[in-house]
Write a protein that binds this ligand. Structure first.
Ligand code: ZN
Ligand code: ZN
Length: 276
């Protein structure tokens, strides 16, 4: 079982833009971006969309020690932040990383906006945890803990976003969302980041057929993910950040096409666990 591996990821939210719960999305899930990654005994969290509420619930009532890496702070990636109840426990230790913000913005100041009247009754005074805020420059290589290397790369997205590559025990998982490609010009930043990766989780909001209508919106397609994976020698491609208008039947169709295009590829679903 993948969850018995010492290096794996679990999807708690796989949607982009806005949560889309309902009978048409029960199989793939309606929560927005949040990924749990385990590296040995360490917990790494990527993005704080509504999936974070479910991850939080799985962590129990005790103190939590984790690193949170933000791709960026658009609403779909931060709207789970007020529901991260582990932060109300004083023994919790969170290190929160972001590279996409420029002064005067900091990750602390942006996330604080969600813990304020009159936006929410969950006030920042409720946060008892010790939070270490870590700003970095995109393209930096980070070492959050011994044996865990996190490489970063600039993505093509309004207000900027950061892609990640986590290396642990000689294997690698890349998390590359939200980003827009330029047709016929493979993104060199992305190619450099994902070279030879075991798993690539990629912004597959649209199909190539839909893409022309959404140029400048900052997203990509599963077909571009396949092209990048082939060019970079990625082992397993994972389509992620599904458009909220893509219901389960649409996603089944995409999964079937993806399997024909690149056998062994995966369409991310809530609750899915993958190990490299
Ligand atoms: Zn997004
Ligand atoms: Zn975004």
């Amino acid at each position: 079982m993948a969850e018995h591996a010492d290096f794996y990821l679990r999807f708690w939210g796989v949607r982009g833009s806005v949560p889309c719960p309902g009978p048409a999305t029960v199989r793939y899930g309606g929560n927005t971006s949040c990924i749990e990654m385990r590296c040995g005994g360490r917990l790494l969290i990527f993005d704080a969309g509504t999936g974070l509420r479910l991850l939080d619930g799985s962590l129990g009532e005790g103190p939590v020690e984790a690193d949170l890496f933000m791709t960026h702070t658009h609403l779909d990636h931060v709207c789970g932040w007020p529901y991260f109840t582990a932060l109300t426990r004083p023994q919790t230790r969170l290190t929160a990383w972001a590279g996409h913000l420029k002064p005067p913005h900091t990750l602390a100041s942006v996330l604080d906006r969600f813990l304020r009247d009159p936006v929410t009754p969950v006030h920042r005074d409720n946060v008892a945890a010790e939070i270490g805020w870590r700003a970095f420059a995109i393209a930096d290589t980070l070492t959050p803990h011994d044996g865990i290397t996190v490489k970063t790369a600039l993505l093509n997205h309004p207000n900027t976003a950061c892609g990640y590559r986590v290396e642990y025990g000689g294997r690698s998982i890349c998390y590359v969302t939200d980003t827009e490609h330029v047709p016929d010009e493979p993104d060199r930043n992305v190619l450099g980041l994902i070279e030879g990766a075991d798993i690539l989780v990629y912004d597959a909001t649209y199909t190539d057929a839909e893409f022309p209508k959404f140029v400048t919106w900052g997203h990509s397609t599963w077909q571009e993910g396949v092209r990048l994976s082939d060019a970079a020698g990625v082992k397993t491609f994972v389509a992620f950040h599904h458009d909220p208008s893509h219901d389960d039947d649409t996603m089944d169709g995409i999964a079937a096409e993806l399997e024909r295009a690149r056998p062994g590829s995966v369409v991310a679903r809530e609750g899915m666990v993958l190990a490299p």
